[in-house]
Design a protein around this ligand. Structure first.
Ligand SMILES: [Zn+2]
Ligand SMILES: [Zn+2]
Length: 427
């Protein structure tokens, strides 16, 4: 019923909606794909705040309206506008105690909100969590996407752009929405589900990446960064390039000059942009120690990086190549070439890479630029997990889909690192 009173100034005030007590927050999940559960239509979708169903509405011929009449559920929130209505009357419910519901439909941030990120929070079940370290549901085999999203949401400059921005292009908008949910300091539950993003990724990649088939997180990361750059670029620049792009000079000398075909070999020195650097792991001989136990080979990251010092020679085909980093990005991505085939458990190089999380000296055009580790994506028995450094709490966390726990930094290098993101230390 819609009843109104006039106060002494003659302004009509709405009497409190009598159905507010029927709202059940623990039934509300705002992570589903925004489609009507009856018609599968994707426009004008409401969520029933009593049972959580998604329904198209709210006119007298709508699914939300039928649901109200049939189920005696009366309060609905429009997912796009976040406005809340009482059916069948159809009036808007203006009620401060429902602000937490509106916030959870999609959290919005200003820079001032970032101070909330360093504290522990509790969800509706009183489960403790830290913003940014909410688990991500694995729908079937999308752990390769989850680790990449967790990773990028701990690249602070990129994260801030995603939290503060409103994006019209679909992929970037979905990534931004998921990151907004991951940093929610008032979350109803301490995990998120990437349904909307996975649907968009499947469409945009023409099913190259989807939630039911395990894929290579490096392939996915490369695809995602390039796709988002295309959506975001202005004058060919974007937050992707601002964070991750560097330049490397490649000098090539033919080993047997007679074999060089002039048509294919035009220059012996070129400068290329990069979004990540690929590092070769040393080949692993199948040797055992005297106790017949397998020895896990190790290599230092500094040794692998000598490839980029401008003097170390890498032979590729008929060429000797040297690589010089001319410009290093604020966030440096490494890809350790560990997998021999697209097979995540067998035929991989098990070499452990050694490094100190606090400091890495990168040779850049004759100088050393210092970095510290932000993100480590590691292979783990056919799946992937990620270690992230939380800039707000200054702690490391290990995240594998829904599982999240704090971890000591000295444990990180024991994993089979596959992708890392290092942050430049600025003085
Ligand atoms: Zn009402
Ligand atoms: Zn309902």
């Amino acid at each position: 019923m819609k009843r109104k009173l006039a106060d002494e100034n003659g302004i009509e005030n709405q009497i409190q909606c009598p159905y507010l007590g029927t709202i059940d927050r623990k039934n509300l999940d705002f992570d589903h794909e925004r489609i009507c559960s009856v018609t599968l239509s994707n426009t004008n979708i409401y969520i029933c705040l009593v049972c959580g169903k998604y329904l198209q509405g709210k006119s007298s011929k709508s699914q939300a309206y039928f649901h109200c009449v049939n189920e005696d559920h009366h309060v609905f929130a429009h997912l796009e506008s976040k406005r809340i209505f009482c059916l069948p009357d159809g009036y808007e419910v203006q009620e401060p105690s429902l602000e937490d519901i509106k916030y959870n439909i999609l959290p919005q941030y200003t820079k001032e909100d970032f101070v909330l990120f360093d504290r522990k929070c509790f969800d509706l079940q009183r489960k403790e969590y830290v913003p940014g370290c909410l688990g991500i549901n694995n729908i079937k085999a999308n752990d390769y996407v989850n680790v990449v999203i967790h990773a990028l949401s701990h690249v602070q400059a990129f994260r801030n752009e995603m939290l503060l921005g409103k994006f019209s292009k679909r992929l970037t908008s979905n990534v931004s929405d998921l990151i907004k949910k991951l940093w929610n300091p008032k979350a109803f539950r301490a995990n998120v589900s990437p349904h909307e993003l996975m649907a968009t990724i499947a469409d945009a990649s023409e099913m190259k990446f989807h939630s039911t088939k395990q894929s290579d997180p490096m392939d996915f990361l490369t695809w995602l960064l390039n796709s988002m750059h295309r959506e975001l670029k202005k004058k060919n620049n974007s937050i992707i390039h601002e964070c991750f792009r560097g330049f490397v000079k490649v000098d090539s000398q033919p080993i047997q000059p007679d074999l060089v075909d002039d048509a294919t070999f035009v220059e012996n020195s070129c400068v290329s942009p990069f979004l990540y650097l690929s590092l070769d792991l040393p080949p692993t001989p199948l040797y055992r120690d005297e106790n017949e136990e397998n020895i896990i080979p190790q290599v230092s990251l500094a040794l692998l990086l000598e490839k980029f010092n401008g003097t170390q020679v890498t032979e590729i085909g008929n060429f000797r190549k040297t690589y010089t980093i001319l410009e290093s990005p604020d966030y440096l991505i490494f890809h350790f070439k560990r997998f021999i085939k697209n097979n995540w458990s067998n035929e991989r190089n098990p070499t452990i890479v050694n490094y100190s999380v606090d400091s890495l000296g990168l040779p850049v055009n004759g100088e050393i630029v210092n970095y510290r580790l932000s993100v480590n994506i590691a292979h783990d028995d056919g799946c992937f997990k990620v270690h992230v450094f939380n800039e707000e709490t200054k702690n490391w966390y290990l995240m594998q889909d829904l599982a999240v726990r704090e971890i000591a930094p000295e444990m990180i290098f024991l994993s089979e690192s596959y992708i890392q993101i290092w942050k430049k230390i600025k003085h």
